[in-house]
Design a protein around this ligand. Structure first.
Ligand SMILES: N[C@@H](CCC(=O)N[C@@H](CS)C(=O)NCC(=O)O)C(=O)O
Length: 370
Protein backbone atom coordinates (compact mmCIF):
# COMPACT_ATOMS: atom_id res chain seq x y z
CA UNK A 1 0.00 0.00 0.00
CA UNK A 2 1.45 3.33 -0.98
CA UNK A 3 1.63 5.85 1.77
CA UNK A 4 0.85 9.51 1.51
CA UNK A 5 4.44 10.18 2.40
CA UNK A 6 7.10 9.12 -0.01
CA UNK A 7 10.79 8.63 0.69
CA UNK A 8 13.27 10.20 -1.69
CA UNK A 9 16.63 9.01 -0.39
CA UNK A 10 16.91 10.30 3.14
CA UNK A 11 14.08 12.65 2.55
CA UNK A 12 10.44 11.94 3.26
CA UNK A 13 7.99 13.90 1.24
CA UNK A 14 4.51 13.92 2.65
CA UNK A 15 1.17 14.96 1.35
CA UNK A 16 0.21 18.33 2.75
CA UNK A 17 -1.71 17.44 5.65
CA UNK A 18 -3.71 18.36 8.54
CA UNK A 19 -3.76 21.56 10.37
CA UNK A 20 -3.87 20.49 13.96
CA UNK A 21 -6.83 22.27 15.32
CA UNK A 22 -6.93 23.16 18.95
CA UNK A 23 -10.57 22.77 19.68
CA UNK A 24 -11.11 25.81 21.81
CA UNK A 25 -14.31 25.97 23.81
CA UNK A 26 -16.83 28.25 22.23
CA UNK A 27 -19.41 30.24 24.08
CA UNK A 28 -22.86 28.85 23.64
CA UNK A 29 -25.79 27.56 25.50
CA UNK A 30 -25.89 23.95 26.59
CA UNK A 31 -29.65 23.96 26.69
CA UNK A 32 -31.83 23.68 23.69
CA UNK A 33 -35.03 25.02 25.20
CA UNK A 34 -36.40 26.26 21.90
CA UNK A 35 -39.84 26.73 23.37
CA UNK A 36 -38.82 29.12 26.12
CA UNK A 37 -39.89 32.73 25.64
CA UNK A 38 -42.30 31.96 22.83
CA UNK A 39 -45.51 32.89 24.73
CA UNK A 40 -44.04 36.22 25.82
CA UNK A 41 -43.08 37.11 22.27
CA UNK A 42 -46.50 36.17 21.01
CA UNK A 43 -48.27 38.11 23.74
CA UNK A 44 -46.12 41.20 23.20
CA UNK A 45 -46.22 41.38 19.42
CA UNK A 46 -49.51 39.86 18.43
CA UNK A 47 -53.03 39.74 19.61
CA UNK A 48 -53.67 36.15 20.37
CA UNK A 49 -56.54 34.52 22.24
CA UNK A 50 -55.74 33.19 25.70
CA UNK A 51 -56.42 29.57 24.66
CA UNK A 52 -53.89 29.81 21.86
CA UNK A 53 -51.46 31.49 24.22
CA UNK A 54 -51.84 28.75 26.80
CA UNK A 55 -51.44 26.15 24.13
CA UNK A 56 -48.31 27.81 22.83
CA UNK A 57 -46.97 28.09 26.36
CA UNK A 58 -47.53 24.40 27.10
CA UNK A 59 -46.12 23.39 23.73
CA UNK A 60 -43.08 25.62 24.15
CA UNK A 61 -42.45 24.40 27.68
CA UNK A 62 -42.78 20.78 26.63
CA UNK A 63 -40.41 21.23 23.73
CA UNK A 64 -37.91 23.01 25.95
CA UNK A 65 -38.12 20.24 28.52
CA UNK A 66 -37.82 17.59 25.83
CA UNK A 67 -34.67 19.13 24.32
CA UNK A 68 -33.06 19.75 27.70
CA UNK A 69 -33.77 16.18 28.79
CA UNK A 70 -32.54 14.76 25.50
CA UNK A 71 -29.31 16.72 25.77
CA UNK A 72 -28.83 15.56 29.36
CA UNK A 73 -29.40 11.91 28.40
CA UNK A 74 -26.99 12.22 25.46
CA UNK A 75 -24.33 13.54 27.82
CA UNK A 76 -24.95 10.72 30.26
CA UNK A 77 -24.70 8.22 27.41
CA UNK A 78 -21.49 9.81 26.21
CA UNK A 79 -19.98 9.72 29.68
CA UNK A 80 -20.98 6.08 30.13
CA UNK A 81 -19.55 5.28 26.71
CA UNK A 82 -16.23 6.91 27.55
CA UNK A 83 -15.93 5.38 30.97
CA UNK A 84 -13.14 2.89 31.06
CA UNK A 85 -14.08 0.17 33.53
CA UNK A 86 -10.54 -0.60 34.79
CA UNK A 87 -8.51 1.12 37.45
CA UNK A 88 -5.49 1.08 35.12
CA UNK A 89 -7.25 3.60 32.86
CA UNK A 90 -6.62 6.35 35.38
CA UNK A 91 -2.88 5.76 34.97
CA UNK A 92 -2.96 5.57 31.18
CA UNK A 93 -0.46 7.90 29.55
CA UNK A 94 -0.12 8.24 25.80
CA UNK A 95 2.58 9.72 23.56
CA UNK A 96 1.99 10.12 19.86
CA UNK A 97 4.97 10.28 17.48
CA UNK A 98 3.78 12.01 14.37
CA UNK A 99 4.23 14.31 11.45
CA UNK A 100 1.63 16.95 11.99
CA UNK A 101 0.69 16.92 8.35
CA UNK A 102 0.34 13.15 7.91
CA UNK A 103 -3.21 11.87 7.26
CA UNK A 104 -2.64 8.68 9.25
CA UNK A 105 -1.55 10.76 12.25
CA UNK A 106 -4.52 13.09 11.85
CA UNK A 107 -6.81 10.06 11.92
CA UNK A 108 -5.33 8.99 15.26
CA UNK A 109 -5.65 12.48 16.73
CA UNK A 110 -9.29 12.68 15.66
CA UNK A 111 -9.90 9.41 17.50
CA UNK A 112 -8.04 10.43 20.68
CA UNK A 113 -9.76 13.82 20.79
CA UNK A 114 -13.16 12.30 20.23
CA UNK A 115 -12.57 10.12 23.29
CA UNK A 116 -11.13 13.07 25.22
CA UNK A 117 -7.96 11.11 25.90
CA UNK A 118 -5.02 13.30 26.89
CA UNK A 119 -1.80 12.62 25.00
CA UNK A 120 1.58 14.14 24.40
CA UNK A 121 2.80 14.81 20.90
CA UNK A 122 6.35 14.30 19.70
CA UNK A 123 6.80 15.92 16.30
CA UNK A 124 9.22 13.81 14.27
CA UNK A 125 11.77 15.43 11.99
CA UNK A 126 10.98 13.79 8.63
CA UNK A 127 14.59 13.97 7.44
CA UNK A 128 16.53 12.41 10.29
CA UNK A 129 13.66 10.81 12.22
CA UNK A 130 15.88 10.58 15.28
CA UNK A 131 12.86 10.94 17.58
CA UNK A 132 11.83 7.41 16.56
CA UNK A 133 15.34 5.95 16.68
CA UNK A 134 14.17 3.62 19.44
CA UNK A 135 11.76 1.94 17.03
CA UNK A 136 12.33 -0.80 14.48
CA UNK A 137 9.13 0.35 12.79
CA UNK A 138 10.16 3.45 10.86
CA UNK A 139 6.83 5.05 10.02
CA UNK A 140 4.51 7.35 11.91
CA UNK A 141 2.14 7.38 13.69
CA UNK A 142 3.57 5.42 16.60
CA UNK A 143 1.76 5.49 19.91
CA UNK A 144 3.50 4.68 23.16
CA UNK A 145 0.96 3.76 25.79
CA UNK A 146 1.61 3.08 29.41
CA UNK A 147 -0.84 1.81 32.01
CA UNK A 148 0.69 -1.07 33.96
CA UNK A 149 3.55 -1.35 31.50
CA UNK A 150 4.85 0.44 28.44
CA UNK A 151 3.78 -0.73 25.01
CA UNK A 152 4.44 0.51 21.48
CA UNK A 153 1.60 0.48 18.98
CA UNK A 154 2.33 0.92 15.27
CA UNK A 155 -0.05 1.74 12.42
CA UNK A 156 -2.94 4.20 12.67
CA UNK A 157 -5.71 1.62 12.35
CA UNK A 158 -4.11 -0.73 14.87
CA UNK A 159 -3.69 2.18 17.30
CA UNK A 160 -7.36 3.08 16.95
CA UNK A 161 -8.66 -0.50 17.26
CA UNK A 162 -6.36 -1.34 20.16
CA UNK A 163 -7.05 1.78 22.21
CA UNK A 164 -10.79 1.45 21.59
CA UNK A 165 -10.66 -2.21 22.67
CA UNK A 166 -8.70 -1.21 25.76
CA UNK A 167 -11.23 1.47 26.70
CA UNK A 168 -14.17 -0.89 26.58
CA UNK A 169 -12.49 -3.95 28.02
CA UNK A 170 -13.26 -4.68 31.66
CA UNK A 171 -10.10 -6.55 32.57
CA UNK A 172 -7.40 -6.35 29.92
CA UNK A 173 -4.43 -4.03 30.15
CA UNK A 174 -3.00 -2.32 27.10
CA UNK A 175 -0.25 -4.89 26.52
CA UNK A 176 -2.79 -7.71 26.46
CA UNK A 177 -5.01 -5.86 24.04
CA UNK A 178 -2.13 -4.99 21.69
CA UNK A 179 -1.14 -8.67 21.51
CA UNK A 180 -4.39 -9.29 19.58
CA UNK A 181 -2.98 -7.31 16.66
CA UNK A 182 0.12 -9.28 15.70
CA UNK A 183 2.52 -7.96 13.10
CA UNK A 184 3.03 -9.95 9.90
CA UNK A 185 5.94 -9.22 7.61
CA UNK A 186 5.40 -9.51 3.90
CA UNK A 187 6.85 -8.15 0.65
CA UNK A 188 5.18 -5.48 -1.48
CA UNK A 189 5.13 -5.36 -5.32
CA UNK A 190 8.64 -3.94 -5.35
CA UNK A 191 9.92 -6.74 -3.11
CA UNK A 192 10.30 -4.38 -0.17
CA UNK A 193 9.53 -5.79 3.25
CA UNK A 194 6.36 -4.30 4.71
CA UNK A 195 4.57 -4.79 8.00
CA UNK A 196 0.88 -5.61 8.12
CA UNK A 197 -1.28 -6.32 11.11
CA UNK A 198 -3.88 -8.96 11.75
CA UNK A 199 -7.37 -7.87 12.83
CA UNK A 200 -6.52 -4.25 12.32
CA UNK A 201 -10.13 -3.06 11.88
CA UNK A 202 -11.54 -5.31 14.58
CA UNK A 203 -12.50 -3.87 17.96
CA UNK A 204 -12.25 -6.62 20.58
CA UNK A 205 -15.41 -6.69 22.66
CA UNK A 206 -16.61 -8.96 25.39
CA UNK A 207 -19.93 -10.63 24.54
CA UNK A 208 -21.99 -8.54 26.94
CA UNK A 209 -20.68 -5.30 25.39
CA UNK A 210 -21.25 -6.25 21.77
CA UNK A 211 -24.83 -4.92 21.54
CA UNK A 212 -23.96 -1.71 23.35
CA UNK A 213 -21.31 -0.76 20.80
CA UNK A 214 -22.78 -2.35 17.70
CA UNK A 215 -26.58 -2.67 17.80
CA UNK A 216 -26.44 -4.96 14.74
CA UNK A 217 -23.81 -7.15 13.07
CA UNK A 218 -24.20 -4.99 9.97
CA UNK A 219 -23.19 -1.88 11.93
CA UNK A 220 -19.88 -3.48 12.87
CA UNK A 221 -19.28 -4.78 9.33
CA UNK A 222 -20.10 -1.41 7.84
CA UNK A 223 -17.68 0.39 10.16
CA UNK A 224 -14.86 -2.03 9.27
CA UNK A 225 -15.55 -1.82 5.55
CA UNK A 226 -15.36 1.97 5.49
CA UNK A 227 -12.31 2.17 7.75
CA UNK A 228 -10.54 -0.09 5.29
CA UNK A 229 -11.81 2.01 2.39
CA UNK A 230 -10.20 5.06 4.03
CA UNK A 231 -6.79 3.32 4.23
CA UNK A 232 -6.97 1.61 0.84
CA UNK A 233 -8.54 4.36 -1.20
CA UNK A 234 -9.38 7.74 0.33
CA UNK A 235 -5.90 8.36 1.68
CA UNK A 236 -4.38 7.83 -1.78
CA UNK A 237 -6.45 10.65 -3.23
CA UNK A 238 -4.85 13.24 -0.97
CA UNK A 239 -1.36 13.58 -2.53
CA UNK A 240 -2.50 13.66 -6.18
CA UNK A 241 -5.01 16.36 -5.22
CA UNK A 242 -2.85 18.61 -3.07
CA UNK A 243 0.14 18.41 -5.46
CA UNK A 244 -2.03 18.56 -8.57
CA UNK A 245 -0.34 21.62 -10.10
CA UNK A 246 3.08 23.18 -9.42
CA UNK A 247 1.33 26.07 -7.66
CA UNK A 248 -0.70 23.75 -5.42
CA UNK A 249 2.42 21.69 -4.68
CA UNK A 250 4.26 24.81 -3.54
CA UNK A 251 1.31 25.92 -1.45
CA UNK A 252 1.17 22.48 0.20
CA UNK A 253 4.87 22.45 0.97
CA UNK A 254 4.75 25.95 2.35
CA UNK A 255 2.26 24.63 4.87
CA UNK A 256 4.17 21.40 5.59
CA UNK A 257 7.36 23.30 6.33
CA UNK A 258 5.55 25.84 8.46
CA UNK A 259 3.85 23.16 10.57
CA UNK A 260 6.48 20.41 10.58
CA UNK A 261 9.76 20.05 12.40
CA UNK A 262 12.45 21.17 9.95
CA UNK A 263 15.83 22.85 10.36
CA UNK A 264 16.31 26.12 8.43
CA UNK A 265 18.17 24.51 5.55
CA UNK A 266 15.96 21.44 5.54
CA UNK A 267 12.87 23.67 5.47
CA UNK A 268 14.11 25.64 2.48
CA UNK A 269 15.14 22.46 0.70
CA UNK A 270 11.84 20.76 1.52
CA UNK A 271 9.74 23.65 0.34
CA UNK A 272 11.20 24.07 -3.12
CA UNK A 273 12.67 20.67 -3.96
CA UNK A 274 9.94 18.83 -2.11
CA UNK A 275 7.24 20.65 -4.04
CA UNK A 276 8.85 19.84 -7.39
CA UNK A 277 9.52 16.20 -6.41
CA UNK A 278 6.04 15.72 -5.04
CA UNK A 279 4.43 17.21 -8.11
CA UNK A 280 6.07 14.42 -10.16
CA UNK A 281 5.50 11.75 -7.51
CA UNK A 282 1.81 12.63 -7.44
CA UNK A 283 1.66 11.96 -11.19
CA UNK A 284 3.17 8.52 -10.55
CA UNK A 285 0.64 7.88 -7.77
CA UNK A 286 -2.10 8.96 -10.15
CA UNK A 287 -1.21 6.22 -12.59
CA UNK A 288 -0.52 3.64 -9.85
CA UNK A 289 -4.02 4.11 -8.47
CA UNK A 290 -5.66 4.52 -11.89
CA UNK A 291 -6.95 7.97 -11.16
CA UNK A 292 -8.64 10.29 -13.64
CA UNK A 293 -6.56 12.87 -15.42
CA UNK A 294 -8.54 15.37 -13.43
CA UNK A 295 -7.89 13.94 -9.97
CA UNK A 296 -10.57 16.13 -8.40
CA UNK A 297 -13.15 13.87 -10.07
CA UNK A 298 -11.88 10.91 -8.03
CA UNK A 299 -12.01 12.96 -4.85
CA UNK A 300 -15.57 14.13 -5.49
CA UNK A 301 -16.64 10.63 -6.41
CA UNK A 302 -15.15 9.23 -3.20
CA UNK A 303 -16.97 11.86 -1.17
CA UNK A 304 -20.24 11.05 -2.94
CA UNK A 305 -19.71 7.36 -2.16
CA UNK A 306 -19.09 8.13 1.47
CA UNK A 307 -22.14 10.37 1.77
CA UNK A 308 -24.31 7.76 0.04
CA UNK A 309 -23.11 5.19 2.57
CA UNK A 310 -23.96 7.49 5.49
CA UNK A 311 -27.34 8.19 3.90
CA UNK A 312 -29.77 10.96 4.68
CA UNK A 313 -31.52 9.40 7.62
CA UNK A 314 -28.65 9.59 10.10
CA UNK A 315 -26.23 12.39 11.00
CA UNK A 316 -23.22 10.06 11.10
CA UNK A 317 -22.46 6.54 9.92
CA UNK A 318 -22.41 5.70 13.62
CA UNK A 319 -25.99 7.03 14.01
CA UNK A 320 -26.34 9.91 16.46
CA UNK A 321 -22.63 9.96 17.17
CA UNK A 322 -19.62 9.29 14.96
CA UNK A 323 -18.20 5.79 14.73
CA UNK A 324 -14.61 4.84 13.87
CA UNK A 325 -15.31 5.15 10.13
CA UNK A 326 -16.66 8.70 10.55
CA UNK A 327 -13.55 9.60 12.54
CA UNK A 328 -11.23 8.06 9.94
CA UNK A 329 -12.82 9.92 7.01
CA UNK A 330 -12.82 13.18 8.95
CA UNK A 331 -9.22 12.73 10.12
CA UNK A 332 -7.97 12.17 6.58
CA UNK A 333 -9.98 14.94 4.90
CA UNK A 334 -9.00 17.63 7.37
CA UNK A 335 -5.37 17.42 6.31
CA UNK A 336 -6.40 19.33 3.20
CA UNK A 337 -7.91 22.21 5.17
CA UNK A 338 -6.71 25.60 3.98
CA UNK A 339 -5.69 24.24 0.58
CA UNK A 340 -7.38 24.60 -2.77
CA UNK A 341 -8.32 20.92 -2.87
CA UNK A 342 -10.28 21.30 0.37
CA UNK A 343 -12.15 24.39 -0.83
CA UNK A 344 -12.98 22.69 -4.13
CA UNK A 345 -14.27 19.65 -2.26
CA UNK A 346 -16.50 21.83 -0.09
CA UNK A 347 -17.96 23.63 -3.08
CA UNK A 348 -18.34 20.68 -5.44
CA UNK A 349 -19.68 18.03 -3.10
CA UNK A 350 -22.30 17.88 -0.36
CA UNK A 351 -19.79 17.04 2.37
CA UNK A 352 -20.07 20.34 4.27
CA UNK A 353 -22.97 19.54 6.67
CA UNK A 354 -21.44 16.18 7.69
CA UNK A 355 -17.98 17.73 8.03
CA UNK A 356 -19.28 20.57 10.22
CA UNK A 357 -21.23 18.09 12.35
CA UNK A 358 -17.99 16.16 12.91
CA UNK A 359 -16.13 19.29 13.94
CA UNK A 360 -18.90 20.30 16.31
CA UNK A 361 -19.26 16.86 17.83
CA UNK A 362 -15.58 16.54 18.67
CA UNK A 363 -15.51 20.08 20.03
CA UNK A 364 -18.59 19.45 22.18
CA UNK A 365 -17.06 16.34 23.72
CA UNK A 366 -13.94 18.26 24.60
CA UNK A 367 -16.00 21.02 26.22
CA UNK A 368 -17.89 18.47 28.32
CA UNK A 369 -14.57 17.06 29.52
CA UNK A 370 -13.23 20.47 30.63
N1 LIG B 1 -0.29 1.92 7.40
C1 LIG B 1 0.37 2.96 8.13
C2 LIG B 1 0.97 3.96 7.15
C3 LIG B 1 1.82 5.01 7.87
C4 LIG B 1 2.65 5.82 6.89
O1 LIG B 1 2.78 5.47 5.70
N2 LIG B 1 3.21 6.89 7.42
C5 LIG B 1 4.09 7.72 6.62
C6 LIG B 1 3.83 9.18 6.97
S1 LIG B 1 2.33 9.77 6.25
C7 LIG B 1 5.53 7.47 6.99
O2 LIG B 1 5.88 7.46 8.13
N3 LIG B 1 6.38 7.29 6.00
C8 LIG B 1 7.78 7.21 6.27
C9 LIG B 1 8.46 6.23 5.42
O3 LIG B 1 7.78 5.54 4.68
O4 LIG B 1 9.66 6.13 5.54
C10 LIG B 1 -0.62 3.62 9.08
O5 LIG B 1 -1.83 3.50 8.88
O6 LIG B 1 -0.18 4.21 10.09
Amino acid sequence: MAASCVRAGRFVICSRVCRWQVLAPQPGSRFYGHGRGLPEKLAGGLKVGSTALNFAFVLGGTLGLYHTLRHYLQQQHHQAEQQCPKSSCARLSLTLYQYKTCPFCSKVRAFLDFHSLPYEIVEVNPVLRKEIKFSGYRKVPILIGEDDEKVQINDSSVIISAVKSYLVSRHKNLTQVVSYYPEMKSKDEQGKEVAEYNNKYWVMLEDQDEKRYYPTKEARKEEMKWRKWVDDWLVHLISPNVYRTPREALESFHYIVQEGKFGTFEGFFAKYFGAVAMFFVSKRLKSRHNLHDDVRQDLYKAIDQWLAAVGEHRPFMGGNSPNLADLAVYGVLRVMEGLEAFDDMMVNTKIKPWYRRMEKDIQKRQEVEQ
